[in-house]
Design a protein around this ligand. Sequence first.
Ligand SMILES: Cc1cc2nc3c(=O)[nH]c(=O)nc-3n(C[C@H](O)[C@H](O)[C@H](O)COP(=O)(O)O)c2cc1C
Length: 340
Amino acid sequence: MIFRGFWDKLDWPVVALSPMDGVTDAAFRYIVCKYSKPAFTMTEFTNVEGLSRGAVQMLVAFLYDESERPVIAQLYGVEVGSYYKATLMMCALGFDGVDINMGCPANKVAKKGSGAGLIRTPELAREIIRSCKKASKDWSNGMTLEEAEVPEGMIKRIAEMNVERAIGRDPIAISVKTRVGYDEKIGAEWTKIILEEEPANISMHGRTLKQMYMGQADWEEIAKCAEVCKGSGVTLIGNGDVMSMDDARGKIKDYGVDGILVGRAVFGNPWFFGEGEPTVEDRKRVALDHCRRFAEADYAPFHNIRKHLAWYCKGFEGCRELRMKLMQTHGIEDVEKLLG
Ligand SMILES: Cc1cc2nc3c(=O)[nH]c(=O)nc-3n(C[C@H](O)[C@H](O)[C@H](O)COP(=O)(O)O)c2cc1C
């Protein structure tokens, strides 16, 4: 029996927010869930080796709000033992699931064998899935972070992050997000390999590592992966270049996927998962709301929010000038003056 946890409770087919490093931080995910509701959310990917060695500052990626549930923590790396410890930490932080990144094409990630690099080492990829599943099971059987030798500083910080949360002992679901190949499209073959380890879900981006983010996502290739998963009990979510909810619904129908992950189309568009178009006033109001949330949480330097502010400024008269002014702001007070 495949353990699917929250995945079994979703209203399929699903449309959800794709994880994006430097974009889908806690403030942005909160704002997206406030103005339209994706089926689930996922954190930015975070390195398991750093987490298992005690890099306390990395835990900032795992701040989340209850309104985001189901919320998944995304991990990347190569060390099987580090995945074990990191998954236990995610259980202890109350996440609904852990997703293993097997799709990142960035040199600093894939060249070390992690992210999309794992497509070239299927045995290691399988071992990693097993390790995460074991951690989740061990957690439900009472394993503690101390017993797993998680560094003391991490245990302390996790306890601080949990003050307002009752954390249970239920196992959490393990999923994989990947691409259709490394340099060639081998979607069906690669999907079969992952399926052997029975993750709860596979999210498939229709580009190879070599393509990075260029060219078009190949939805015919994604459809082949979905076909492989049919009847297995593992869901397959397609990803790549989806521009609207109508587009998402059409692709679900045309390519036989169980759902869609949407990334870049949600830039400056937290209304994406709902109906209707935002007005200019909505754009300004929500940009300010987003900025306030980010500033209050105070977990990252102010300049991180500027790109978001710029993304809200499109499609109205004077948006270019406003965007330029927002790019020169240094704190919430400056933004209040422009948008308040
Ligand atoms: C800025 C940026 C950061 C990303 N970071 C991640 C990440 O942390 N984890 C991940 O699995 N994918 C990451 N991706 C890939 C996206 O989740 C998604 O697979 C890709 O953008 C294709 O979907 P889209 O065409 O809807 O944007 C990132 C993409 C972008 C543009």
